[in-house]
Design a protein around this ligand. Structure first.
Ligand SMILES: Nc1nc2c(c(=O)[nH]1)N[C@H]1C(S)=C(S)[C@@H](COP(=O)(O)O)O[C@H]1N2
Ligand SMILES: [Mo]
Length: 322
């Protein structure tokens, strides 16, 4: 079965419930005024960074943690489509146009096709989850994500028994992502998870940070969040999700297979060939956003989420499957 993207004229106002009004009224009115059109709420929301997300359920995840400031989270990034430097995404990601945004669902599932992001996200309750995040470059941040569990989304497409892995792709558009025009990584940026990792309740499709629409430099409008894996698994600005039978390619694994494996689980016992992974620098936003100035902390196996995820890897040699 194929679900088609509804045209704005197809959306009846009776289909739009208050619960679905994700963006606040002020932002909607401003957008409608700016466009000069009487837009319907379901299609009106500009995915503008800084817009507050509504109906976000607080969860106990990370409630004891102190999240990094929004300034820190949006100023020290990796997003090679906008340059390789940590400050490049903030400087350059304004060219990304996160609305409207379509995602193609492909592969071994009963329902496939192209969907507007609203159709993917809106049927679900938005949740805030405060997660510890760990980059392979040994810096870390605590980030209050807003999103929905990826597994709940994937189940709606009825994956078949052939769906052993899930593959993800980022947008390719050199006009929106200028660094795709210079030599660097092969595009699109791709990532993958085993189906049980994708279905794990910790895994999120995130659409916001600190209660606001996802900033462009963090992967607007929608990105993956897998808190027990190194940051590069968290693919940004996703345009395609495929249910596949074989282990999919992952950008850093293609680029340097000796340095980055498919699993990429945070593991203080397995050093990167060029540096130790035993410790990390925790960027909080207090006292500067540079990793160099951040306090050092011990890195924990599975980034501290072993209780939740260690069973996924029972019997696997994690030094071999890194
Ligand atoms: N498409 C895309 N996704 C990406 C990257 C990238 O370069 N391109 N970098 C990854 C890396 S290495 C990290 S550490 C995280 C950083 O996410 P943040 O900038 O939101 O902290 O995004 C990941 N997702
Ligand atoms: Mo990273």
């Amino acid at each position: 079965m194929l679900i088609r993207i509804k045209k704005p004229s197809d959306v009846k106002s009776s289909e739009i419930t208050p619960k679905e009004a994700v963006l606040n009224r002020r932002a909607f009115m401003a957008a409608a005024a700016a466009s000069g059109a009487a837009l319907l709420p379901a299609i009106a929301g500009p995915a503008l960074a800084g817009t507050r997300l509504e109906n976000v359920k607080k969860t106990p995840w990370g409630e004891a943690e102190m999240p990094a400031t929004l300034d820190a989270i949006t100023s020290h990034n990796n997003f090679y489509e906008f340059g390789t430097g940590k400050t490049d995404p903030k400087a350059n990601a304004h060219t990304l146009k996160p609305k409207p945004w379509a995602i193609e669902i492909a592969g071994h599932a009963e329902k496939t096709g192209s969907f507007d992001l609203d159709q993917i996200i809106r049927p679900h309750q938005l949740e805030e989850r405060i997660y510890r995040m760990r980059c392979v470059e040994a810096w870390s941040m605590v980030i209050p994500w807003v999103g929905v569990p990826l597994g709940d989304v994937l189940k709606r497409f009825n994956p078949t028994s052939k769906a052993k892995f899930v593959a993800f792709e980022t947008l390719v558009d050199v006009k929106q992502m200028p660094a795709q025009g210079s030599p660097g990584l092969p595009w699109p940026y791709v990532e993958g998870l085993r189906i049980d990792e994708a279905m794990h309740p910790l895994t999120l499709l995130a659409v916001g940070i600190h209660g606001e629409v996802m900033p462009n430099q963090n992967g607007a409008p929608v990105r993956l969040v897998v808190p027990w894996k190194y940051g590069f698994k968290g693919i940004k600005s996703i345009v395609k999700i495929s249910f596949v039978e074989k282990q999919p390619l992952a950008t850093w694994n293609i680029q340097a297979p000796g340095e980055y494996g498919f699993y990429s689980n945070v593991n203080p016992n397995r050093s990167h060939p060029r540096w130790s992974q035993a410790k990390e620098r925790r960027i909080t936003g207090e006292g500067g956003i540079k990793a160099l100035f951040a306090p050092r902390a011990e890195t924990l196996i599975h980034n501290g989420y072993a209780e939740e995820v260690a069973s996924l890897y029972q019997g696997m040699d994690l030094m071999k499957y890194y």
